[in-house]
Design a protein around this ligand. Structure first.
Ligand code: ASP
Ligand code: MG
Length: 456
C-alpha cells in the first residue's frame, strides 16, 4: 500500500491546544503514514533573533531556554493527561533544548554564527515540534516514531540556508528508514549534506521537505494541512465573493505560489510534478471527520470558462531600473550586473529589458543593497539608476491564458475603468500566468476590479 505524506505547518501550531486537532486528523486517516511538521508558529523567527542576541550577551541563552521550555511545558500539560507521559516528554524536551543551548554557547564565545551552525540552530524549532507530536501520538495509543532527516539520511546539495534535495541518493534511504507500517513523524525544513551537515531547505521550507519525502516514497499523495480553505480565486480579505478552486494544474499552483498565494511554498510542486504525485490541501479549521481535500493540485490541465482561475499579488517584487541610451544594444552590461549581484548572494527574480532600460525584479529585502552594488560598478552605459519600492505585482493565473484571445483586453479595461495605471506588464514568459505592476496604493482596488470582471 502506498503511503500518504501529510504536512502540518506553523499555522496549524499556534495555540497549545492545536496539537489535539492534528491528532484528530491523523486518527481520521486511519492508516500508516508519514507526518512532516514545522516549528510552532513564529519560533523560527524567534531563533533567528536569539542568535543575534546571544552573540552580545550570554544571559540571552538562558532567556531563550526558559521561553522554549515554558512554551513546550504548556503544550505538554495541555495535551497529556497521564503524569508519566508528561514527565517523560518534558525530560525529552529538556534534553533537546539543552543540545540547542550548547550551540548557542558556542556562538556566544566565538562571537559569530558560522553558516553550518546557523542551520543546525534553526532546525530546532522543527525538532521540538516533532518530538512533542510523536509523544502525544504515542500517548494516544498510536504506533508512532520520530524519524530525523539525518537518520535517513535525506541528502541535499549541501547549500546552507537554501538546499535542494538529491533524489538519486535520498530515495532509497528514505524508503528504507520509513519502511514500516506505522506513523513516522519527521521534522521539516532541513536535510543533510553528503558530509552529514544540517542544511536548511529555505525559509518556509517544510512544504518542500514534505514534497521531497513524498517523492522519495512514491507516495499516494502529499496532503498539506492549512487553516484556510485551499486555493481561492482571490484573497478573501480583498474581494466580496471569492470562489474556492477545487482543481489546479501543477503549473498553476507553482505560479500562484510564486506570486504570493501563501498556501504552498513555491518549491513544493517541483519534486512532485515529474512523478505525478497529487497535492491535497486540507483546512484543519473546517475539519469534520473527513480528510477529503479542499483543493487538489495534479497533472491535469483544465481550461475553465473564465480562463483565469485566480488573481494573486506579491509586495515582494521591487524594480531596479538601469537606464541609459542603448543599454539594450551594448554587450556586457547585464553580465557585469548579474555577476556582481550573484556574488553578493542576491537572487534576481526576473529581468525585463528594452533598448533604453534594463529592469531587474528583486526581493524587497535586497533592493537597497543591489542599488549600492550596481552604483559602485560605475558602468558608463548606465546614466540613471532608480529603485522602485512602492509597487505591487499582481498575477493572473489560468491554463489557456495565452491561447485565448480577449483575456488581456478585459483585464486592462477593468483596470482602466478604475483609473489604475499599470507600470509594467509581463506576459508570455509562462504559459499560465501574466503579471503586471501597479502602485502599492492601487493594489487592492486592482484585485477587486479584476475579480469582479472575471468572476461575477
Ligand atoms: N519553520 C521554518 C520557517 O519558518 C520552515 C517552515 O515553517 O516551513 O521558515
Ligand atoms: Mg510554513
Amino acid at each position: 500500500m502506498k503511503k500518504v505524506v501529510a504536512k502540518f505547518g506553523g499555522s496549524n501550531l499556534k495555540k497549545k491546544e492545536d496539537i489535539q486537532k492534528l491528532v484528530r486528523v491523523i486518527k481520521a486517516y486511519d492508516r500508516p503514514m508519514v507526518i512532516v511538521v514545522s516549528a510552532f508558529y513564529g519560533i523560527t523567527n524567534h531563533l533567528i533573533q536569539a542568535m543575534d542576541d546571544v552573540k552580545k550577551d550570554e544571559s540571552n541563552i538562558e532567556k531563550l531556554v526558559r521561553f522554549l521550555r515554558e512554551l513546550k511545558e504548556e503544550a505538554i500539560l495541555e495535551n497529556f493527561d497521564d503524569k508519566d507521559w508528561q514527565d517523560r516528554t518534558l525530560n525529552a524536551v529538556q534534553s533537546r533544548i539543552k543540545e540547542l543551548s550548547r550551540y548557542l554557547t558556542g556562538i556566544h564565545y566565538i562571537g559569530d554564527v558560522p553558516e553550518f551552525v546557523e542551520d543546525v540552530i534553526l532546525s530546532y524549532g522543527e525538532r521540538l515540534s516533532s518530538l512533542v507530536l510523536t509523544s502525544i501520538l504515542q500517548s494516544n495509543g498510536i504506533d508512532a516514531e520520530e524519524a530525523l532527516p539525518e537518520q535517513m539520511p535525506l541528502v541535499t546539495d549541501g547549500e546552507f540556508g537554501n538546499a535542494t534535495v538529491d533524489f538519486d541518493i535520498s530515495s532509497a534511504n528514505v524508503q528504507k528508514r520509513l519502511a514500516e507500517n506505522k506513523i513516522y513523524v519527521v521534522p521539516g525544513f532541513y536535510g543533510v549534506s553528503e558530509q552529514g551537515k544540517v542544511t536548511l531547505l529555505g525559509r518556509g521550507g517544510s512544504d518542500y521537505s514534505a514534497a521531497a519525502i513524498a517523492r522519495c516514497l512514491e507516495a499516494e499523495s502529499l496532503d498539506v494541512w492549512k487553516d484556510v480553505d485551499g486555493f481561492m480565486s482571490a484573497d478573501p480579505k480583498l474581494v466580496t465573493s471569492p470562489q474556492r478552486i477545487t482543481n489546479l494544474s501543477y503549473a498553476e499552483a507553482a505560479e500562484l505560489s510564486y506570486f504570493g498565494a501563501s498556501i504552498l511554498h513555491p518549491r513544493t510542486v517541483e519534486p512532485l510534478k515529474e512523478v505525478g504525485i497529487p497535492i491535497h490541501i486540507g483546512n484543519i479549521d473546517a475539519f469534520d471527520g473527513s480528510v477529503a481535500p479542499r483543493t487538489v493540485v495534479h497533472g491535469t490541465e483544465t481550461v475553465t470558462d473564465c480562463i483565469i482561475k485566480s488573481v494573486t499579488y506579491s509586495d515582494d517584487f521591487c524594480i531596479l531600473k538601469m537606464r541609459g541610451p542603448g543599454v539594450g544594444l551594448k554587450k556586457g552590461v547585464l553580465a557585469k550586473v548579474t555577476v556582481a549581484l550573484d556574488r553578493a548572494g542576491i537572487n534576481i527574480k526576473s529581468v525585463i529589458t528594452s533598448q533604453i532600460v534594463i529592469n531587474l525584479l528583486l526581493s524587497a529585502k535586497d533592493i537597497k543593497r543591489a542599488y549600492s552594488i550596481v552604483e559602485e560598478l560605475e558602468l558608463s552605459s548606465i546614466t540613471e539608476l532608480i529603485a522602485s519600492e512602492q509597487i505591487s505585482t499582481i498575477a493572473v493565473v489560468g491554463e489557456g491564458l495565452l491561447d485565448r484571445p480577449g483575456v488581456a483586453g478585459r483585464l486592462f479595461m477593468a483596470l482602466a475603468r478604475k483609473d489604475i495605471n499599470v507600470q509594467m506588464i509581463v506576459s508570455g514568459a509562462s504559459a499560465v500566468a501574466s503579471y503586471f505592476m501597479v502602485a502599492k496604493d492601487d493594489r487592492d482596488s486592482a484585485i477587486e476590479a479584476i475579480h469582479d470582471e472575471f468572476f461575477k
